[in-house]
Design a protein around this ligand. Structure first.
Ligand code: O2Y
Ligand code: MN
Length: 601
């Protein structure tokens, strides 16, 4: 049962604080926020089923959560967000460190005093007549030394329901906060949902997030991008670990060995599909299996054995719905048949959730709740989402809850590149791999507001998420290469190479396992490759390509090293890296210059 009070001054039964304890600090912060925001009531969330049922009922009564067909999708709901609140807002997202250099040119920066004043003016009285929910949560398995806790205060019951799926939320997290002595504070209000009064502010030095004016995904579920990436990346640098925008997948070969791969791709480039990959038929027959540990965020740190060990800090998936189908991602589709919150999808006449790419049914209503009319554009919003527990995925790894994490054999960086970049190549060493990650470029997608299809540099897929200066972040990455380290091999992939007619050259999806198999072969010193200035490239026959129909154009371009194009690419990389000025680690610049000169020979 959840505990609530009618007046915010009253202590709750659940919160038993001793003077000077963490709960005392938490209680004081909650009261301070309540004095500022003036809620009608405060509810401490314990994550229980009864609390969840009450919230679902409340949102149905309010009309903010609509029931879906209980026969086809039991316990599943549809939330339609404000049409002006459908994605992350990078131009309104700030990192507020004491000096601008710490945040770096990769972040919008505001001085902490100014940011606090701006945000506190927005928060003043904003919860009048509303309930203020206090959500203790843990990012990562509750007993894991790699996990970290936070508390989100919000006036959105939709946020509570999503945080319950995406994090370990409630009593166990509160107990760990009391034990541990530190937690990330996140203050959120939907405010008036006015895009003119919307800001997502991070104060890494204070382990604090303030988010106002949006109820959507990464802007509002503060455990995800705000805590697990922006704040955690800053903390990770101080503490000697890495908080990355990476999926984690386990590849089990027919001999029964499992290799864990962490892979960074910019938003909406198929991370969820790769994390839940279904092997091609011939691989399944041979005994290959794929296990999902995480689809979006990876926290890793060196273990006593020198290897990097990783956890998925999240407990659920906030996946893109459009394009998810039985062909692209059967595991995701199987996961979302029950106990799922859908946001901004369309519905069929019998109230089933629907989106473009699912199947050829015609929807009845669109993502704004209107009767479907082709003239209004896509029925589901391109950034519409499903929120579902990771445990519902048929490929969920039995090691996903391991407190020590899983050992990482390979790190993969990938982008959406129509030309030049081959299917896969391997870094010569860690420094080269860090340069490959730092040089990543990709064409933009609908996961954030702004133009789609524009090429931008997105180092390690962290451009929107690194909580400090990229120059220092690259130095932090380089620092892992020290005596005794047994670091993973680093690769780059491009599933999105196009031919002269604009068609994709690589089938992608399950066939990506062929590329992962080659990587594992490289890790074990068994697979072939040709050395080039950009790294080691496989020849077509270094991959298992039985049953894949590649056109002659695909055979050529997917495995080609196009020297002239790479000379130009490296000029672009040099200009991009130089934006970070004197703070850029010299080892990274030297690596770039060595490759650039090898390319000119
Ligand atoms: O958080 C959002 O509002 C949408 S963007 C998103 C959601 C889940 C996982 N990754 C992303 C992303 O932008 O990388
Ligand atoms: Mn993401």
């Amino acid at each position: 049962m959840s505990t609530s009070t009618e007046h915010f001054g009253k202590p709750t039964a659940r919160l038993v604080a001793t003077e000077g304890s963490q709960l005392d600090a938490l209680n004081q912060w909650v009261m301070e926020v309540a004095r500022l925001t003036e809620p009608a009531r405060i509810q401490w969330c314990d994550g229980s089923d009864s609390e969840h049922d009450e919230l679902i009922e409340l949102m149905q009564d309010e009309g903010t959560l609509l029931p879906l067909n209980p026969d086809t999708h039991p316990n599943s709901w549809l939330h339609l967000s404000d049409p002006d609140d459908v994605a992350r807002v990078e131009h309104l997202t700030f990192v507020c460190t004491s000096d601008a250099e710490t945040a770096g040119p990769n972040n919008h920066w505001m001085a902490p005093d100014e940011a606090h004043a701006k945000m506190d003016a927005l928060f003043a009285g904003c919860m009048r007549g509303r309930t203020m929910y206090v959500i203790p949560y843990c990012m990562g398995p509750i007993e894991s030394p790699l996990a970290r806790c936070g508390v989100e205060i919000t006036d959105s019951p939709y946020v509570v329901a999503n945080m319950r799926i995406m994090t370990r939320m409630g009593a166990a997290a509160l107990a760990r906060i009391e034990r541990e002595g530190s937690f990330v504070r996140g203050l959120h209000s939907i405010g008036e949902l006015d895009p003119e009064r919307r800001f997502i502010m991070h104060f890494p030095e204070e382990l604090l997030i303030k988010s106002y004016g949006s109820g959507y995904g990464g802007n509002a579920l503060l455990g995800k991008k705000c805590h697990a990436l922006r704040i955690a990346s800053y903390q990770a640098r101080q503490e000697g670990w890495l908080a990355e925008h990476m999926l984690i997948v386990g590849i089990q070969n027919p001999q029964g060995e499992t290799h864990y791969i962490a892979a960074a791709f910019p938003s909406a480039c198929g991370k969820t599909n790769l994390a839940m990959l279904i092997p091609p038929e011939s691989y399944r027959q041979a005994g290959w299996k794929v296990w999902t540990v995480g689809d979006d965020i990876c926290w890793m740190r060196p273990g006593a054995d020198g290897r990097l060990w990783a956890i998925n800090p999240e407990a659920g998936y906030f996946g893109v719905a459009p394009g998810t189908s039985n062909k692209s991602n059967p595991n995701a589709l199987a996961s979302i048949q029950r106990d799922t919150i859908f946001t901004n999808v369309a519905t069929t006449a019998d109230r089933q959730p629907w989106w473009e790419g699912l199947d050829d049914r015609v929807p009845a209503t669109d993502w704004q709740g209107r009767d479907y009319d082709r003239g209004n554009g896509p029925a589901a919003h391109p950034n519409s989402r499903f929120t579902v527990s990771a445990k519902q995925c048929p490929s969920y790894s039995s090691h996903a809850e391991d407190a020590q994490g899983v050992p990482i054999s390979a790190i993969v960086f990938g982008g959406r590149r129509a030309s030049l970049v081959p299917l896969v190549f391997e870094a010569r060493d860690w420094t080269h791999g860090v340069l490959i990650g730092a040089s990543m470029g990709s064409e933009t997608t609908a996961a954030a507001t702004g133009a789609v299809g524009v090429m931008r540099h997105d180092p390690m897929a962290m451009k929107p998420f690194c909580g400090y200066n990229f120059a220092d972040y690259f130095a932090h990455w380089l620092s892992f290469d020290k005596p005794g380290a047994k670091l993973p091999k680093i690769f780059h992939v491009n599933w999105f190479r196009k031919g002269d007619e604009g068609q994709f050259l690589w089938p992608g999806f399950g066939d990506n396992l062929r590329v992962l198999e080659w990587m594992i072969g490289r890790v074990k010193g068994q697979a072939g490759a040709v050395d080039t200035p950009i790294g080691a490239l496989p020849k077509a026959d270094d991959l298992t390509l039985d049953g894949v129909q590649l056109t002659p154009e695909a055979q050529e371009k997917l495995f080609a090293f196009e020297q002239e194009g790479w000379v130009r690419e490296f000029d672009g990389i040099a200009s991009y890296l130089k934006e970070y000025g004197r703070r850029l680690p010299s080892a990274l610049l030297a690596e770039q210059e060595n490759i650039a000169s090898a390319l000119r020979k």
